[in-house]
Design a protein around this ligand. Structure first.
Ligand SMILES: NC(=O)c1ccc[n+]([C@@H]2O[C@H](COP(=O)([O-])OP(=O)(O)OC[C@H]3O[C@@H](n4cnc5c(N)ncnc54)[C@H](OP(=O)(O)O)[C@@H]3O)[C@@H](O)[C@H]2O)c1
Length: 282
């Protein structure tokens, strides 16, 4: 864990006035990022999306006294037309983006739970995992590319999870969540390669936040030792520190909350040589 967190992402340091977007900001880690970025004077315009107003009361209240600095959009990530409209709106208002964070994710819901065995697999919840946890991020990267492509540096970060690691899967279970996070990692790696060609000043990275006390982890916190269950504030500070330390060659990598890079053990084992597919590990 790095000791002295820099105040603002140095990669963005040359940017006098940065524009950021948090997708999935209604609660949890996404909401934490909104609060963090509002503390950063260099972020002069912050866009944030929420899906359900009922669970986004704190975000909606925040926007009341932030004026034009914090602009909210209602967005369901499973609707591509809404993602396209979001990009159009940001283009019309700001013209460009310097930072986009995908903080959307599902693990359980009112009518589905992570699967413990093959017996409980059903295609509909599986598809929903993929749509929300993986496909949404790729569609966002598709629609944001013109906004991230400009003369200044920019970052596209998606929050994944270590349980998406194929090589690290020793326990089994959670088929849909694990598989959708593995898909997210591959979609982001592939996006990073295309961005390198078409949008070379943008770094595309994937982040593992560590177990964090949010609604997503709530039913599974019982067996987590207290020192391994992070508050949202701690997680966001740690991930912000990771983003702050990104270097120009980091695109396509998967970073854990402590700044360590999660390596691609699965591929290197099968290919018999070190792999640079860094984000396949989790
Ligand atoms: N918490 C952890 O321990 C942990 C560990 C590893 C990885 N992660 C990852 O971290 C990310 C953030 O999770 P969190 O812990 O902050 O969870 P959370 O508190 O449950 O927040 C999830 C967010 O995703 C949004 N969302 C869900 N479905 C959506 C949809 N169809 N369209 C748009 N937004 C949607 C939710 O909006 P609504 O309020 O409208 O539902 C909510 O804002 C996720 O990718 C998660 O997998 C979390």
């Amino acid at each position: 864990m790095p000791t002295t967190p820099p105040p603002t992402a140095p990669l963005l340091a040359p940017v006098a006035s940065a524009t950021a977007l948090i997708v999935g900001a209604g609660r949890g880690i996404g909401l934490g990022f909104v609060k963090q970025l509002l503390e950063e004077p260099r972020i002069t315009r912050l866009y944030a999306t929420y899906r359900d107003a009922n669970s986004a009361a704190e975000l909606l209240a925040l926007s009341q006294w932030q004026g034009d600095r914090l602009i909210l959009f209602k967005l369901d990530i499973t609707e591509e037309a809404q993602i396209a409209s979001l990009a159009d709106e940001i283009k019309a208002r700001s013209g460009s983006l310097h930072l986009a964070i995908y903080a959307v994710g599902i693990l359980h819901g009112p009518d589905f739970q992570p699967e413990k065995s093959l017996r409980s697999l059903q295609s509909e919840p599986l598809l929903h995992y993929f749509q929300v946890n993986a496909i949404g991020a790729a569609l966002l990267a598709k629609h944001l590319m013109p906004l991230l492509r400009h003369g200044e540096p920019s970052i596209f970060a998606a929050i994944s999870a270590k349980v998406g690691s194929i090589g690290d899967n020793h326990l089994g279970g959670w088929y849909g969540y694990r598989a959708s996070k593995a898909a997210l990692n591959m979609l982001m790696k592939t996006t990073a390669l295309e961005y390198e060609r078409r949008c070379p000043q943008t770094l595309v990275v994937v982040l593992h936040p560590g177990t964090t006390a949010t609604q997503l982890s709530e039913p599974f916190q019982r067996n987590v030792p207290p020192e391994k269950l992070f508050s949202v504030e701690r997680t966001v500070a740690q991930l912000w520190d990771v983003l702050a330390r990104l270097q120009p060659g980091d695109s396509g990598k998967f970073f854990s909350w402590d700044g360590s890079e999660l390596p691609g053990r699965f591929l290197s084992r099968f290919m018999g040589r070190p792999s640079n597919f860094n984000i396949c590990q989790s």
